[in-house]
Design a protein around this ligand. Structure first.
Ligand code: SAH
Length: 384
């Protein structure tokens, strides 16, 4: 297929189709595609051919897949589709960060963000429409929860970003890493996230190595165990507090899975495979709330024996959050205490804040369906 030029038809790919009975091939991983072809009386190897066309060459029109017979191309057009999300907004920050607001067929919107750095380009991908976990400092949580994204809707973020970046025709605008740190809790959309990660790592699709795909969780313990049994990729855990009292307040899912259980799950995860050198812990620094030296010392005790990469995230403010960002001095003091205890610690740079693309600022536009049956939430600030 080397003679074939990539074709990136963003406009036609964005068209929404009314016919929901067609199988969207964008959302099938290799095993799913193989099953699809076998079920339709064709050969298993069609799966890798079609994966290449879709994900590597950006082709969404079956008629252009010229290593498939005319008959098969026609049949695929009848029974399946390759349907992407619609790009509703496309913004580039002064620092090169690019954010897309993407419209789903049901009218909801999600966001995906590309963050270029010296040696890599990271795509931050959403897994749900809104989020049910309601972490107190996260604007996505404030939107409430609507629904899980399908595998196709998760992968479409990667497809669109890859091909829209390609159109920029600039060096260093390539996706080298994917982090599931956009809107939603990936482990509460387990099966679709796992399938999407498989497509990201498949050599016939995006070919990302297991060290370059990160799934981030607020700490859904049983799903962490399942993930460890299912996939080999990097795990990030959003910690934000080293004691249960404070964590219950900041990350309400902690009431269900408290720190002792969470840390035990982290240890089990590490033990499952040697190649998983360490877990990334994310810690949003909130002024006067969790950024004091005693909080840092608590973390050192808590994480003892767990190979850790500590990612300190200065809080990104949003309207009505009720929190402020820690001072520079507080951030460096906190980071120094961890560092001196031998913990690998990085302070995450705020990127794309001029276009509201920074961590925790992804709001999308969603219709909240969760208010009636939220499980972990207590009213705060008299807002609800
Ligand atoms: N639900 C998953 C993934 C989405 S959140 C999780 O909790 O890990 C991705 C990261 O952004 C989390 O570490 C989250 O705590 C952080 N974050 C959320 N709101 C933020 C804010 N306002 N400022 C900085 N980081 C924030």
């Amino acid at each position: 297929m080397s003679e074939v030029q990539p074709q990136f038809e963003i406009k036609s790919a964005g068209q929404l189709r009314a016919d929901v009975t067609l199988t969207n091939l964008l959302g099938l991983d290799r095993a799913g595609l193989e099953a699809f072809f076998i079920a339709n009386g064709d050969k298993k190897f069609r799966a890798t051919q079609v994966m290449k066309w879709i994900h590597q060459l950006g082709v969404t029109d079956f008629q252009q897949m010229n290593n498939l017979s005319k008959e098969l191309r026609n049949k695929l057009s009848e029974i399946s589709c390759i349907q992407n999300l619609q790009v509703a907004e496309d913004q580039i920050s002064t620092d090169g960060t690019r954010k897309w607001l993407l419209e789903l067929p049901d009218g909801n919107h999600i966001e995906a963000v590309f963050i270029p750095e010296n040696d890599r380009g990271t795509l931050c991908v959403s897994s749900q429409v809104g989020c049910a976990l309601d972490c107190s400092f996260c604007s996505t949580g404030r939107q409430g929860f609507n629904r899980n994204l399908t595998t196709a809707e998760i992968i479409s973020q990667v497809w669109l970003a890859a091909h829209l970046l390609e159109e920029e025709k600039k060096p260093d605008r390539k996706i080298t890493n994917v982090v599931m740190m956009g809107m939603g809790e990936p482990l509460l959309n387990f099966d679709n996230v796992v399938r999407a990660v498989r497509i990201m790592m498949d050599d016939f699709a995006y070919g990302l190595s297991k060290r370059r795909v990160t799934v981030s969780t607020a700490g859904v313990v049983p799903a962490m165990d399942r993930l460890g049994d299912t996939l080999d990729m990097r795990l990030a855990v959003s910690l934000h507090a080293g004691n249960d009292e404070l964590r219950n307040e900041l990350v309400p899912v902690n009431k269900k899975y408290p720190l002792e259980e969470l840390m035990a799950a982290c240890r089990r995860f590490i033990d499952k495979q040697n190649s998983r050198s360490r877990i990334t812990f994310e810690y949003v620094l909130l002024d006067g709330v969790n950024d004091k030296p005693e909080h840092a010392r608590e973390l050192i005790k808590l994480l003892k024996g767990i190979p850790t990469l500590m990612n300190l995230i200065p809080f990104n403010p949003f309207e009505g959050s009720g929190y402020t960002t820690s001072s520079k001095q507080a951030v460096s003091r906190f980071s120094e205490i961890l560092h001196n205890a031998g913990m690998t610690t990085v302070v995450r740079k705020t990127r794309g804040d001029d276009i509201d693309a920074a961590c925790g600022q992804l709001a999308g536009k969603i219709e909240d369906k969760s208010r009636r049956h939220r499980r972990f939430v207590e009213p705060r600030f008299g807002m609800e």
